[in-house]
Design a protein around this ligand. Structure first.
Ligand SMILES: Nc1ncnc2c1ncn2[C@@H]1O[C@H](COP(=O)(O)OP(=O)(O)OP(=O)(O)O)[C@@H](O)[C@H]1O
Length: 310
């Protein structure tokens, strides 16, 4: 059987007196993107820093490609590429200078460096900026250079800590496409606090809250697990919130714009039909209706209350 790419056993970490993460277990054995979802301060960066050997854990074990990150650090680190939240870029170097520097740090044999640099530049779409100073690149291109340094030594695992943070919408789309491309032949751990981003990109999801894993399964299982609790509607001729609240099963209505509203309900699958019927009857001119599964606070609440009942 092929060795796991990553195995984490009972990982815990304490900064002075406070536990940042407790008893985290994880195993990844195949290529593709695994999402690590958690709100700010949940413990994502701590987990990733330990995983990549940038921080020593208080308790537990991390194995990369079978190598113990504590005892065989150099061998374990060879199989990891890491893009931390703050990309480790040198603004006064050109793209070429920086990537040659990274290739040396990664102990790529001298004769293979030129080929490795050319390959990652091509793959990350930065070849035309080879001689440009990194400080003169846009945020999206800097992030591509950050990804290039993470894959230059062809590791089996790439760890990306909130890689789309701070990018504009076009840059986000481009960086996502690049991440999908590099995940075709290696495992990628992708952290984010945005559920919809993880839903778009990842095959598996791990959700961390207050330092503990509250959910770990495939994206499909996650989507089925999270019970819908609200609907999003667009009504051309909307009634008042009070009128909408008269529909059986509706708890609360919140207008997001003049014509768009979020309708909260509890565990009632017939609610969509009732809203549609009411709209026809009262001529509210319904343009759009969809189940809203993306309100992260609610998802966290549901998962943490379910996990505490188990
Ligand atoms: N160097 C540190 N010293 C003390 N406490 C820390 C340190 N780094 C993180 N923490 C604490 O550990 C907890 C987990 O933080 P961590 O940075 O891992 O979360 P995160 O999910 O990555 O959040 P963010 O998205 O905000 O980076 C938080 O309570 C944080 O305040």
């Amino acid at each position: 059987m092929e060795k796991s790419i990553v195995r984490i056993e009972a990982l815990s970490h304490r900064y002075s007196t406070n536990w940042a993460i407790r008893d985290i277990n994880m195993e990844i054995s195949s290529a593709g993107i695994v999402g690590l979802l958690g709100s700010n301060g949940a413990g994502k960066s701590t987990t990733m820093n330990i995983l990549c050997g940038a921080l020593n854990q208080t308790e537990g074990n991390v194995y990369i490609n079978g190598f113990d990150m504590r005892k065989e650090r150099e061998l374990a680190k060879r199989e990891i590429g890491f893009l931390p939240q703050q990309p480790p870029l040198y603004m006064d170097l050109t793209v070429n200078e920086y990537l040659y520097y990274c290739a040396n740090l990664r102990l790529i044999p001298k004769t293979a460096i030129k080929g490795a640099v050319e390959e990652v530049k091509e793959r990350c779409g930065i070849a035309h900026f080879s001689n440009r100073l990194i400080r003169n690149l846009s945020g999206g291109y800097r992030q591509r250079v950050g990804i290039a340094q993470a894959i230059i030594h062809r590791p089996r695992l790439i760890v990306l800590d909130e890689p789309t943070n701070g990018l504009d919408p076009n840059q986000i789309i481009e960086v996502r496409a690049l991440i999908k491309e590099i995940a075709r032949d290696r495992a990628v751990i992708f952290s984010s606090h945005i559920l919809s981003e993880i839903q778009l990109l990842c095959k598996d999801i791990m959700m961390i809250e207050n330092g503990k894993i509250v959910f770990s399964d495939t994206m499909d299982a996650f989507n089925n697990y999270v019970e819908p609790h609200s609907l999003l509607v667009h009504l051309e001729n909307p009634p008042s919130a009070t009128e909408l609240e008269q529909i059986k099963g509706v708890n609360k209505v919140e207008f997001l714009t003049a014509r768009q509203a979020r309708i909260y309900f509890t565990g009632d699958q017939q609610i969509t039909e009732r809203v549609v019927e009411a709209s026809v009857q009262h001529k509210w001119r319904l343009r759009e209706i969809s189940i809203d599964k993306t309100a992260l606070d609610e998802v966290f609440k549901q998962l943490s209350s379910k996990s505490s009942k188990q």
